[in-house]
Ligand binder design. Structure first.
Ligand code: DHB
Ligand code: FE
Length: 304
């Protein structure tokens, strides 16, 4: 009767408490959470001081989170959990080979990556060749390509929902000085599956780092930077939508994304073009850049 209670006794008691969960999945998740959390605490021999500090960090994370600031998602992003959940939910068929066009791996379904905290639904519909920058935000960039199904068939009527930051490093949703439609747009592919729009060169961008995540990054010798990218959600009838980015492959931080969202298949070349280049789209003057990117969707239901 006088035997001492051990750390393992405590773990066993908590595990047992979830044995009769009416929701079976919830019981499974809570037992696994308990097992991993207790193993972690024992592994690092968490001190009382560290436990108090952790509670402080979680409290600060709640306090800084608002309708427009989601520090919990930043934790998930900065610890790679968002990418892991996305990878488990969106496994895509591997490449079937075939001729490449330099705009992405041939025949492979477009890989997904994090949505990030700055997506706002309802971007304005814009026509082929129109611009998404509504005020000066950087060097002109022509983005173009084709949306296809996995079998190579072009998809007319597909939607590209695009958003990005300007050269002040801000997305419109973060910047009270710009229209809320700035650097956002929805485009519909033409009969041949093609799309094209004018934007500006995206610049590298730091994730919000004035709160708990910023402290963690600084304290562990990490940086908050993401390489230059354009966000896009591609949707087409009868296909699984894909939430992804295209990355400037020559961007700073391309090998050190703070949220681990770079995948080799999403890297694209930005090509420098001169003012007298015969392919210069109407609407651009002076020197410009171009970026070719095709998107390949997997047939199936929209859910996921
Ligand atoms: C994150 C993603 C972004 O695309 C971005 O611009 C900033 C932050 C993120 O996943 O936390
Ligand atoms: Fe982003």
């Amino acid at each position: 009767m006088s035997e001492q209670t051990t750390p393992d006794d405590i773990t066993a008691a908590v595990l047992a408490s979830f044995e009769r969960s009416p929701d079976e999945r919830l019981g499974t998740v809570m037992r696994a959470l308990t097992a991993h959390l207790h193993a972690f605490v024992k592994d690092v021999a968490l001190t009382e001081e560290e436990w108090r500090a952790a509670i402080g960090v979680l409290t600060a994370t709640g306090h800084i989170t608002s309708g427009t600031r989601q520090e919990w998602i930043l934790w998930s992003d900065a610890l790679g959990v968002s990418m892991l959940v996305d990878a488990l939910a969106n496994r895509v068929p591997a490449s079937r080979g075939g001729p490449g066009d330099g705009a992405g791996p041939a025949g492979a379904a477009t890989e997904s990556t994090v949505q990030g905290p700055f997506y706002v639904p309802g971007a304005p519909h814009r026509g082929y060749g129109e611009r998404i920058d509504e005020m000066p935000a950087g060097e002109p960039l022509w983005v173009h390509g084709t949306v296809r199904s996995l079998d190579g068939r072009a998809l007319p009527g597909a939607e590209l929902d695009v958003w990005q930051n300007g050269d002040n490093e801000l997305y419109a949703v973060q910047d009270r000085k710009v229209p809320e439609t700035h650097l956002r747009g929805r485009f519909t592919t033409r009969e041949d599956g093609s799309y094209g729009f004018i934007t500006v060169r995206p610049t590298p961008y730091p994730i919000p780092h004035d709160g708990p995540i910023g402290h963690m990054l600084a304290a562990t010798g990490r940086h908050p930077w993401r390489p230059a990218h354009i966000h896009v959600i591609v949707r087409a009838p009868g296909h699984r939508p894909v939430t992804t980015h295209v990355f400037d492959r020559d961007s700073e931080h391309i090998d050190g994304d703070a949220v681990f969202a770079v995948k080799p298949s999403l890297l694209r070349e930005l090509t420098a073009r001169s003012a007298d280049d015969p392919e210069r789209p109407a609407g651009i003057t002076g020197r410009w850049w171009s970026l070719a990117s095709d998107f390949v969707l997997v047939p199936g239901a929209a859910a996921g």
